[in-house]
Write a protein that binds this ligand. Structure first.
Ligand code: ASP
Length: 439
């Protein structure tokens, strides 16, 4: 398509942007006022880019999901795609939690944390507003009834659902309902609507392309901001083993995806990772699977070859409910906090962690820091932590939450893409990619 892209792949441009962002951010921390310069003059470019991506997320989901349903023509096929993807999502999440729990029990990162470190760290973060806020959000979520997720899925007003990026499932519900109804009326009546959404779909995909031109600059801005606002190395050292446990777990998840891609879909996993790289790098820099979604969809459909009929449902749903990286992190963090605070966890407690981390990752919003909110619910479900202990626990891991969030979001996005390939393969909907360039 674009011969220039061949010479210099997008993921390399993004990587260079990231690297310069880190170096520039580090350099600016050496000057007094450097941080303010970045916050005033550099950060806005990153924010604008993330806003642009969020801006097109809802139109993209609507146009592409509707196109997917209408192209399928047969409603029972749609039920098959839906059922399969949800089952596989649950499966991969259980694998992630199991890996997390196994590692944290073997490595025991919380055992080496002295009382002194705990009190030093909680002192510097005591009364941290962000933690208080997270606990309050978790409180509101855990007070909800057992069927509230179903209630939440059905919007009472389409326009308020469309105007809220957090209402992705509501929008998906409406589009499925609308699409199925369209299949039930005479084709000639439905045609103008179909043509309109087909056109809209192409326009929005073009918008993704155009926005991505700014990606290298945006990741530079985002990472420079992360660097100047991050914690001192000293704090990070105390949490080194905990962070390492999460990182090793996340790396094992990549191995798991690579195996699934090569064994089940018979595609070269390196090729898969290379094609997905721009989405992964964006997930890393933005810490938000929702903001990354337009790019994930574009990569998976245009560069990996998953049919829109599959990806248009599997990916938006995955961005909302499938968070392998987040659930792995929640399992490790819960046990780490128990180890550090010397709370004994039985086998049954660990099973509770598996179940609640599964539910919590489904319930976590696809935005930065959401995994930590749901961690509160996991800790509450175990029933052995007092509210103070939960606050201390969160405070303890807060310092490294951002870097771990960046990594777990990358895994969340990779997991969604892998599952979309698996579902596509199982339905014979994995084709040669439409765009076959070096990018
Ligand atoms: N930031 C993650 C995501 O958007 C969620 C989390 O783990 O906090 O996928």
């Amino acid at each position: 398509m674009n011969s220039k892209k061949k010479k210099f792949p997008l993921h390399l441009k993004i990587l260079i942007g990231m690297l310069i962002g880190v170096v520039f951010g580090l350099g600016m921390t050496q000057f007094e006022g450097g941080k303010d310069i970045i916050i005033d003059w550099v950060k806005p470019w990153g924010t604008i880019f993330v806003n642009l991506l969020k801006l097109i997320a809802i139109p993209l989901i609507v146009a592409s999901l509707l196109k997917g349903i209408l192209d399928l023509k047969d409603i029972s096929k749609f039920a098959k795609i839906g059922g399969r993807s949800i089952l596989i999502y649950i499966g991969t999440t259980i694998v992630a939690i199991t890996i997390g729990l196994t590692l944290v029990n073997i490595i025991q990162p919380g055992d080496g944390i002295s009382e002194e470190t705990i009190s030093k760290m909680t002192e510097s973060y005591g009364g941290n507003e962000s933690i208080t806020q997270k606990m309050q959000t978790a409180e509101a979520t855990s007070n909800a009834g057992p069927l509230s997720f179903l209630e939440d899925m059905v919007p009472s007003n389409l326009f308020s659902a469309l105007s809220d990026n957090g209402s992705m499932l509501k929008v998906i519900f409406f589009v499925i309902f609308f699409g199925i109804s369209m299949l039930m009326i005479p084709e000639e009546k439905a045609r103008p609507i179909k043509d309109f959404f087909d056109g809209l779909n192409d326009v929005v995909l073009k918008m993704v392309d155009l926005i991505m031109i700014g990606a290298p600059l945006a990741v530079f801005a985002l990472l420079a901001t992360v660097v100047v606002t991050s914690e001192s190395v000293e704090v990070l050292q105390a949490l080194l083993w905990y962070s390492m446990t999460v990182v090793i777990g996340l790396l094992l998840m990549i191995v798991f995806y690579v195996l699934v891609v090569s064994i089940y879909t018979k595609r070269n996993p390196i090729w898969f990772l290379k094609k997905l790289a721009p989405a992964q790098l964006l997930a890393f820099t933005t810490s938000s699977s929702a903001a990354t979604l337009p790019v994930t969809m574009e990569r998976v459909e245009e560069h990996i070859g998953v049919d829109k009929e599959v990806s248009s449902f599997v990916l938006p749903v995955g961005a909302t409910i499938n968070m392998d990286g987040t659930s792995l992190y929640q399992a490790v963090a819960a046990v780490f906090i128990a180890q550090a605070l010397m709370v004994d966890l039985t086998f049954a407690d660990q099973l509770t962690i598996i179940l609640t981390a599964l539910m919590a990752s489904i319930g976590s919003a696809a935005v930065p820091g959401a995994g930590m909110v749901m961690l509160v619910i996991v800790l509450q479900a175990v029933g052995k932590f007092s509210p103070e202990q939960i606050a201390i626990g969160l405070t303890l891991i807060f310092a490294v939450d951002r870097p771990l969030d960046m990594l777990r979001t990358t895994i969340n996005v990779t997991g969604d893409a892998t599952v979309s390939m698996v579902v596509a393969k199982s339905m014979d909907k994995l084709h040669e990619p439409p765009i076959d360039d070096e990018d």
